[in-house]
Design a protein around this ligand. Structure first.
Ligand code: ZN
Length: 216
């Protein structure tokens, strides 16, 4: 399994908005420079929908927040600017890619993707987490934080740099994976807000998106 997380240097990989059904030529060419295959990108809505990708480019533009595949030609793509991009793989060659923001994490998108992989024959599922918003930059309302902690446990409670209530997104991803009996084997130390080289909606209001792309 291969997984690649892009940053500012590779340019905007996003298709600007949930209602877009066509990717413009400049974006498509930047995507192809990263991986020269048709990408299965999703119209992400912070839900738990999982697309089963049957072949290269299949399912592109569907409304969902995760994709899974056994196809050797597939390129599973997720677009982010603070949410967590999670790559999944199994020894059987089943792949997954997940867009995990706080709403999706609370709703169970990670667990839904792992379950979809198991339906395709995955036994052991391993995961790698890319750059996302980290707790020090993720001030959060106590009510919303409580709702995530109720679902995923106390490890999701972090602190901002100033000591305020914060969501620890990497901890939330780890808790969701543990609940799905998947194993987190790699995690980026980079925060999209204060780390160099990433687009961040929270820190800078960036409209651009970095990509996770998973293939084999
Ligand atoms: Zn940060």
């Amino acid at each position: 399994m291969h997984a690649r997380w892009t940053g500012r240097d590779e340019g905007d990989m996003g298709h600007r908005g949930r209602h877009v059904t066509e990717v413009d030529a400049a974006v498509e060419s930047r995507r192809r420079a990263v991986l020269d295959r048709p990408w299965t990108w999703l119209r992400q809505v912070h839900g738990t929908g999982v697309v089963v990708v049957e072949g290269p480019g299949a399912g592109a533009g569907q409304v969902a927040d995760a994709s899974v595949s056994t196809s050797p030609g597939a390129a599973l793509a997720i677009l982010t600017a603070d949410c967590a991009p999670v790559a999944l793989a199994s020894p059987e060659g089943v792949l997954g890619a997940v867009h995990a923001g706080w709403r999706g994490l609370r709703a169970g998108v990670v667990e839904a993707a792992v379950a979809a992989m198991r339906r395709l024959g995955a036994s052991e599922v391993v995961a790698a987490l890319g750059p996302c918003l980290h707790a020090e930059c993720c001030a959060f309302s106590p009510e919303d934080l409580d709702s995530v902690a109720t679902r995923l446990g106390p490890s999701v409670r972090g602190r901002t740099r100033e000591g305020g209530a914060a969501l620890d997104i990497p901890a939330a991803v780890a808790a969701a994976l543990e609940g799905a009996q998947a194993r987190l084997v790699a995690a980026s130390a980079q925060c999209t807000a204060c780390g160099p080289g990433y687009f961040s909606h929270r820190a800078r209001g960036d409209l651009e998106r970095q990509a996770l792309v998973v293939w084999r």
